[in-house]
Design a protein around this ligand. Structure first.
Ligand SMILES: Cc1cc2nc3c(=O)[nH]c(=O)nc-3n(C[C@H](O)[C@H](O)[C@H](O)COP(=O)(O)OP(=O)(O)OC[C@H]3O[C@@H](n4cnc5c(N)ncnc54)[C@H](O)[C@@H]3O)c2cc1C
Length: 271
């Protein structure tokens, strides 16, 4: 939109919950668009001027002031648990979030909580899914399944878009998995080129022993649409075998999801 943008992140990388490769890719892509990015940097102070704000940034012990038109703060999420009358009830609150069981019930019979108030991930689709589970359980609907937070896709609507589900490569290794990792770049996909969107990456992480898809991480055009394919795969506990045997239509961006799986097992075609 023509605005000059400076991003300040206290952690060593932007999009810190995403896979490290995706985060690096986004960093480069944003810088290419002209954004200034400061990582390992703390905002120490914000001073409001008449028509601007001066931010004091500290990195490596060095202080720097930058003056900007506006500051958008996007740090932390807390539950609004105050003034709800929870004090004299059995509803338990931990770190500003209401503690619930797998059916969204609190410690107080008849009181339920869903969504942001009940804890991470703080996403609209998590909130509405919990709402449905909760109400169905109250109504006595059979075959209600508790929410598996490991299979909730996360989407970031930046340009290029970022989307993921399941474990990052590092998280999988930290959990003790031996992993097989597949990658496929947008530049190898005909539809991406035809769309004029050759910038992006699809990365898949598998359990080397069982072939289970542990996680999928994407950056590029329309990946927030594509991620649902891998979310279904996670819900069905799909392995590389099912994903390889799935037919992906041509020409589509989704073919990259196939290729990334094939790459993890040394069978990539268009690379
Ligand atoms: C800028 C921004 C962008 C976002 N983008 C996305 C996105 O792209 N995709 C995504 O999945 N999620 C996104 N989210 C997160 C998403 O909005 C939340 O996860 C979602 O709204 C949570 O739903 P909820 O019902 O738990 O809470 P809310 O949507 O916050 O609803 C809670 C409601 O309760 C009301 N309320 C509060 N206290 C009381 C009270 N005492 N009595 C009565 N009513 C009360 C509030 O006014 C509010 O209407 C975004 C959030 C922000 C802030």
């Amino acid at each position: 939109m023509g605005a000059e943008v400076t991003v300040v992140e206290v952690l060593p990388r932007i999009l810190p919950v995403e896979d490290e490769e995706i985060s690096k890719f986004a960093h480069k892509a944003f810088e290419k668009q002209g954004m200034k990015i400061h990582v390992n940097t703390q905002v120490k102070a914000l001073k409001k001027g008449k028509n601007n704000v001066t931010a004091t940034l500290v990195a490596d012990g060095k202080t720097q002031d930058i003056t900007v038109d506006r500051v958008i703060l996007a740090v932390g999420i807390v539950g609004n648990t105050e003034n709800l009358g929870l004090e004299n009830t059995k509803v338990k609150v931990e770190k500003t979030h209401v503690v619930i069981d797998k059916w969204c019930a609190t410690g107080e019979p008849g009181v339920y909580a869903i969504g942001d108030l009940a804890g991470p991930p703080w996403l609209a689709h998590k909130a509405s899914h919990e709402g449905i589970i909760c109400v169905e359980k109250i109504a006595g609907v059979k075959d209600v399944h508790p929410l598996d937070t490991r299979n909730i896709p996360g989407c970031t609507y930046c340009m290029p878009q970022v989307a993921s589900v399941g474990l990052t490569e590092k998280a999988a290794k930290d959990k003790g998995y031996q992993v097989k990792v597949g990658r496929f770049p947008f530049i190898g996909n005909g539809k991406a080129i035809a769309l004029g969107e050759p910038e992006g990456l699809v990365k898949t992480v598998f359990d080397a022993k069982t072939g289970e898809l542990l996680g999928a991480h994407m950056i590029g055009a329309e990946v927030t649409e594509l991620i649902q394919g891998y979310a279904i795969a996670r819900t069905l506990e799909a392995t590389e075998a099912e994903l390889m045997h799935t037919v992906f239509p041509h020409p589509t961006l989704s073919e990259m999801m196939h290729e990334s799986v094939l790459d993890a097992f040394g069978r990539v075609i268009h690379m």
